[in-house]
Design a binder for this molecule. Structure first.
Ligand code: NAD
Length: 291
């Protein structure tokens, strides 16, 4: 047996905490794939017990299984964050899994349903506001008993935003409001739950990250709303092709989009003790876009 394996074994035997998130239970919504799934793997590597919350049950199960098979600890809790009953079940199951505690919530689930202003329907508008704004609020409200506590353990809420929320984006008036809104939600949590309970809350705004959300629309990915409507995901090829400088990412100083792992690494960093005095902030993870 190698020396490091032996040390691991002894540490395990002594129940010595391993990893920056050891002893913590984290809910990550939208962790069936993309940025959320990467975050789930990174959190598990750092010792967190991770609740894989996603509307896609097969993908959620697969992520949880992979984490468990590689020595981490995860459960899948599938459902739609637009469903109030699911939010209740999610918090209940997470608390049971965490032995009565929840330390981290990453509000990451979401999708886009784009349209220019004059063609945007009320349903498009409200669905996107509900997914990115109302659902995170309801999840945090439901989890209040696990965050308004004084047990000396860290508590952390991270809401995922976007450059569309900070700077606006043509064709995304619904998403822009929702993603702008979460920055205020975050700051309110920080101000309400920081003083007495030490809860940290931060927003992370991503730029262009390579996931299903930014893949070609022609790839055919879609998400189904609770009333059965299929919403196509991705960016139309013609729009991706863009104008001069196409493919060179001239709007990004690093001249490339980010990977899901890079995006998730920023989430881990903010959730970790390395960021213990960073609170109420909106952290841009964009390769320098929109400076
Ligand atoms: N990819 C980017 O460039 C980018 C940029 C800025 C912000 N974001 C944000 O990052 C987050 C993650 O997106 P991603 O790029 O990983 O996309 P993704 O499509 O790869 O993953 C999103 C996940 O959320 C789940 N989901 C969607 N709606 C849900 C619902 N109602 N209930 C439960 N689960 C739901 C999906 O099933 C999917 O697994 C989103 O909030 C998105 O708005 C992404």
């Amino acid at each position: 047996m190698s020396y490091s394996k032996r040390i691991d074994q002894i540490a395990g035997h002594l129940n010595y905490p391993k990893g920056m998130l050891a002893g913590q239970t984290a809910i990550i919504t939208g962790s069936g794939q993309g940025i959320g799934a990467e975050a789930a793997r990174l959190f598990a590597n750092e010792g967190a017990k991770v609740v894989i919350a996603d509307v896609d049950s097969k993908k959620a199960e697969a992520v949880a299984q992979q984490i468990n098979e590689s020595g981490g600890s995860a459960i899948a809790c599938a459902g739609d964050v637009l469903d109030d009953a699911y939010i209740k079940r999610l918090i209940k199951e997470a608390a049971e899994f965490g032995g009565g505690k929840i330390h981290i919530i990453i509000n990451n689930a979401g999708f886009t349903w784009d349209g220019v202003i004059h063609k945007m329907t009320d349903k498009q508008w409200h669905t996107i506001l509900d997914v990115h704004g109302t659902a995170p609020f309801k999840i945090v409200r439901e989890a209040a008993p696990y965050f308004r506590v004084k047990d000396g353990e860290p508590r952390n809420i991270i809401n995922i935003s976007s450059t569309s929320g900070l700077h606006g984006n043509a064709g995304q008036i619904n998403y822009s409001l929702a993603k702008a809104g979460v920055t205020g939600v975050t700051k309110t949590i920080a101000k309400e739950w920081g003083p007495q309970f030490g809860v940290r809350a931060n927003t992370i705004a991503f730029g262009h990250i390579m996931t299903r959300l930014t893949a070609a629309k022609e790839a055919g990915a879609f998400i189904t709303t609770p009333d059965g409507q299929k919403v196509a995901l991705g960016i139309p090829q013609a729009q991706k092709a863009g104008g001069p400088g196409e493919g060179q990412h001239l709007d990004i100083p690093l001249r490339r989009p980010g990977t899901a792992t890079e995006a998730a690494s920023a989430i881990l960093a903010v959730a970790s003790p390395l960021f213990s005095y960073v609170n109420g902030q909106t952290i841009s993870v964009t390769g320098g876009r929109n400076m």
